[in-house]
Design a protein around this ligand. Structure first.
Ligand code: NZQ
Ligand code: ZN
Length: 385
């Protein structure tokens, strides 16, 4: 196992009705900026549940954070923060709203010229406003991690800081019942790929991390399709298992002390930035291609994955690896996601621009060994055709 330091300080309030916990989490004296997205929280009743809980607080609202939140939208919140002396942020939504809130929280305290520099120039975040979350879409793990993904002028970039880790997060699986099938599928696959990118590298004999990761993968494989099937769609236990899996997939636990390979995410971000493809739908295309192109370096783990996650035990090594990758693709398809660039109407003519952006954004040494050059990324994209 590799050395690591681990802590996750986000207090999780999990289960039906836990939104009530917010009244004790946020000091009554706080001036709260309530941030949300395009309005789903008003349609599905979360807003109506929330407002009585915040009855004693001063609340200012900022809505309109879009999927793949944009810098321009987020910077509009800064004037509200100054005008109303906001000192607490409450994000209510999916990963985009939570990530947007993290950027707003950091930007409010940023002393340099332009807060975008925390992404573009890797400037350190030294301070941020306190942040709480009500999660409405299980997928990203953003509700208890330090990462935020923001887009500006075609650059989908990330920053990470312990100062933007949410202080608390409410995870009520009931609020996920209003998700569309597309968003359910996206969430399950995003969480699955997060797990894979911290698991499917090379072995460092990290037995606990491996078995936790395998447990998350198996849970998502078992419960994901149930959340789409008519007879089990409204089963809260199914939703609860998905919600907790997605959170644990990227809260730092399974990634501690193991090598990681975020290639699918990095190429995927360029697909979203250039072609507007939903985040998870870029991953369902890229992960199988990454596994195919990198099968030699990932061989030992691919065999472990085949046996422990999919129960594949017969056939020679190559056959078992082929079957495991095919099973992964079949699972993504069963969740309604694409598995090739053709599925999203892209072809070989789109590859150069994707690679140019990848290079422009410094993504030239990807993978667990930093060996994936733009030439190998090309091979991966060609394999994904
Ligand atoms: O905006 P509203 O109206 O709320 O609608 C949203 C949005 O249109 C809707 N939605 C959310 N909860 C709902 C709901 N609709 C009905 N009922 C509910 N309960 O779903 C749509 C998509 O929401 P979004 O927040 O964009 O989805 P997701 O949670 O998948 O977040 C994706 C973003 O997270 C980033 C992605 O890159 C992308 O920008 N990621 C963040 C990570 C992190 N911070 O650690 C890691 C991930 O790998 C990922 O990159
Ligand atoms: Zn993701």
């Amino acid at each position: 196992m590799l050395n690591f330091s681990f802590s996750n300080s986000t207090r999780i309030h999990f289960g039906e009705g836990q939104i009530q916990a917010i009244s004790k989490e946020i000091p009554v004296s706080a001036k709260v900026l309530l941030v949300y997205g395009g309005g789903s929280i008003k349609q599905n009743g979360i807003y109506d549940q929330l407002m009585p809980v915040l009855a004693k607080h001063t609340v200012i609202e900022f809505s309109g954070i879009e999927p793949n939140p944009s810098y321009d939208t987020l910077m509009k919140a800064q004037a509200l923060i100054t005008d109303h002396e906001v000192d607490y942020i409450l994000a209510v939504g999916g990963g985009s709203v939570v990530d947007g809130a993290k950027f707003i929280a950091a930007a409010a305290c940023y002393k340099g010229d332009d807060p975008w520099d925390v992404i573009a120039k890797r400037q350190k975040v030294l301070e941020a406003l306190p942040l709480g979350v009500v999660l409405t879409l299980p997928a990203t793990g953003s509700e208890s991690n330090t990462v935020s993904v923001v887009t500006r002028n075609g650059h989908k970039g990330t920053f990470s800081s312990p100062f933007v880790r949410p202080l608390f997060a409410v995870l009520d699986p009931v609020v996920t019942l209003s998700l569309s099938d597309c968003q359910i599928g996206n969430g399950v696959v995003d969480a699955f790929v997060h797990t894979m990118e911290q698991y499917l590298t090379y072995s460092v004999n990290a037995k606990v991390q491996d078995r936790f990761a395998e447990g998350l993968l198996q849970t998502l494989i078992e419960e994901g399709p149930k959340a789409l099937a008519a007879e089990s769609k409204n089963d809260i236990e199914v939703r609860a298992n998905i919600m907790w899996s997605a959170s644990l997939a990227l809260n730092g636990l399974i990634g501690a002390g193991v090598p990681q390979d975020w290639t699918s995410h990095m190429i995927g971000h360029e697909l979203t930035a250039l072609h507007g493809i939903d985040h998870a739908r870029t991953l369902s295309i890229m992960l199988p291609a990454v596994l195919k192109v990198r099968r030699a370096v990932k061989r030992e783990k691919l065999l472990q994955y085949a046996e422990r996650v999919w129960g594949i035990t017969s056939g020679n090594d190559e056959v078992r690896i082929d079957q495991a990758i095919a099973a992964t693709e079949t699972f993504f398809k069963s969740m309604g996601l694409p598995t090739s660039l053709k599925d999203i109407n892209l072809d070989a003519t789109h590859i150069d621009a994707l690679l140019a952006n990848l290079t422009k954004h410094g993504m030239v040494k990807l993978g667990e060994q930093a060996e994936i050059t733009p030439a190998i990324s090309r091979e991966i994209l060609e394999t994904a055709l």
